[in-house]
Write a protein of this length. Structure first.
Length: 502
């Protein structure tokens, strides 16, 4: 990889204003492709989910997926867009091996949704409005796997394999208007926007929006202009960025790279660029085409789409509570600060916490375990919270056992670790490991007597009025019982045996 000279971020922002445009592709969760009946199920053998239509064979005619159209309208409405009364598809012509028809069926000058906005909240609570240019329907391409070479890209590969199972899968492309005025917070705004959009898409139920699986990916367009200028600079487009962190890093890197080139008297090329996860850098891809280079023209094999106003309003009425509204409601119900709610959102813990509360856990206990022990495990294992092998109902059961006095926090952590390790549900783990709190006087008595006998100095302090020293004896009891003693009852027994009032 070529080493690229960068200007410091502070120096870049001292001279230039960043302008961004974000293009997000969302893979819809329909059962069939956008223009044919082929399955969209993941994991099938290569090229087993294809037909003459998605392979572009002569004489095959496409038919629009109605659920795909409805999903596009749902997304447009949730983004505060206008919904077109009449729109049509177009052919975007270009040659690439993963494009079996040599054109992509997309929308050009007549998108189904346009002129909207999405308000996003930054980490300090500030709200930034991102304006939406359009949301349009299109189809995905196939998948190229480049064999040989060190990078997995076509350069240096000995040959490539093509899988057309993905060709024709429904996509919605959401394109922002130029994002200006973010200044030094531009990378943060980019990340916050994609994060909010992902939550919105998931809430609508139109896609799982798993970025790591390619179900949602972002192209980061960025340019710089000197302070005081109105004309935009030449943009670069970093393609297919597939994580929130990477979106932020790509924007930041490109700001520094552009600034270094411009400050040295160089010229920015309008090009696509590849993002490299390992170091957060980008490298050149290809010179970027303009719209006219694609030779768009209306798709002659598809009739226009003209959603009735009645249908649009039915869809509007069926929209769920949107993420930002839901977060504000939950924040008030849970009594947490905006900062804490942002942390919960960043951890991906909102849905698990809600499900745990629905399963009977108190809100504070649900937050405690998901944001504590379970978040730690997720970080250590590199998994999302909803990928952990524990259910909200099982977490709720642990909180119930703690509330009943059958477990203390230390034992509860052991139970959760065992559930995560596949040892069974919480009750099974408690029974197999014998983890219940020891609280009856008979079982605790021997451990209390042993602690008193082995700590004469501490006993004298307690009898002399320093009752705070009883904590050392409680600790000894806890150690003797492997953390299973009821600490409160152990303290009471120690004071009783020593004849000291609590």
């Amino acid at each position: 990889m070529t080493v690229i000279d960068l200007l410091s971020y502070e120096d870049a922002l001292a001279s230039y204003d960043p302008v961004m445009g974000l293009e997000v592709h969302v893979e819809l969760g329909t059962r069939t492709k956008m223009f044919c009946g082929c399955s969209t199920e993941l994991g099938a053998p290569a090229n087993s989910q294809t037909c003459p239509t998605c392979l572009g064979l002569p004489g095959a005619l496409p038919v629009v997926n109605a659920i795909g159209v409805e999903s596009a309208i749902r997304i447009g409405l949730a983004l505060n867009c206008e919904i077109a009364e009449w729109c049509r598809f177009a052919r975007k012509n270009y040659f690439y091996p993963d494009m079996p028809k040599n054109f992509q069926t997309s929308q050009y000058d007549e998108p189904i949704a346009f002129n909207g906005y999405l308000d996003v909240q930054l980490e300090d609570g500030e709200t930034f409005r991102v304006e939406i240019e359009r949301a349009h329907m299109e189809e995905d391409t196939g998948k190229s796997t480049h064999i040989g070479g060190a990078t997995g890209r076509i350069h240096g590969a000995s040959h490539s394999l093509l899988d057309y199972n993905r060709a024709g899968i429904p996509l919605i492309e959401i394109v922002t208007k130029p994002i200006e005025g973010a200044g030094e917070r531009a990378p943060e705004v980019a990340r916050a926007y994609v994060a909010e959009l992902r939550e919105l898409i998931k809430a609508l139920g139109v896609s799982e929006a798993r970025m790591e699986m390619g179900q949602m990916r972002c192209d980061v367009n960025l340019s710089l202009r000197p302070h005081g200028r109105e004309k935009f600079g030449t943009r670069s487009e970093t393609k297919n960025v597939n994580s929130l962190r990477s979106v932020e890093r790509a924007a930041r890197f490109e700001i520094q790279r552009h600034a270094a080139v411009l400050s040295s008297g160089g010229t920015i090329l309008q090009e696509t660029r590849h993002f490299h996860e390992e170091d957060g850098s980008t490298t050149s891809g290809r010179i970027k085409e303009e719209a006219e280079d694609y030779r768009y023209f209306p798709e002659p094999d598809l009739v226009p789409v003209a959603p009735s106003r009645e249908w649009v309003e039915e869809i509007r009425a069926s929209l769920p509570e949107l993420p930002r509204v839901r977060r504000n409601r939950l924040r008030e119900e849970w009594g947490v600060s905006e900062h804490d709610m942002q942390s919960i959102l960043n951890a991906g813990a909102i849905d698990p916490i809600v499900a745990t509360i629905d399963a009977g856990a108190p809100a504070d206990q649900a937050r405690k375990w998901w944001m504590g022990e379970l978040a730690r495990n997720a970080n250590e294992t590199g998994r999302a919270l909803d990928e952990l092998p524990i259910t909200p109902a099982q977490v709720a059961r642990v909180t119930e056992l703690v509330a009943a006095g059958d477990l203390n926090d230390k034992l509860a952590r052991q139970v959760i670790e065992a559930v995560l390790a596949g040892e069974g549900d919480p009750d099974t783990v408690v029974d197999k490991r014998g983890l219940k709190v020891v609280s009856d006087d008979g079982a605790l008595g021997a451990a209390v007597d042993e602690a008193i006998a082995g700590n004469a100095g501490v006993v004298e302090k307690i009898k002399g009025g320093k009752t705070a020293a009883v904590g050392a004896l409680v600790g000894a009891v806890m150690k003797a019982t492997r953390g299973q003693a009821d600490a409160g009852r152990a303290r009471e027994l120690i004071l009783e045996k020593l004849g000291v009032e609590a």
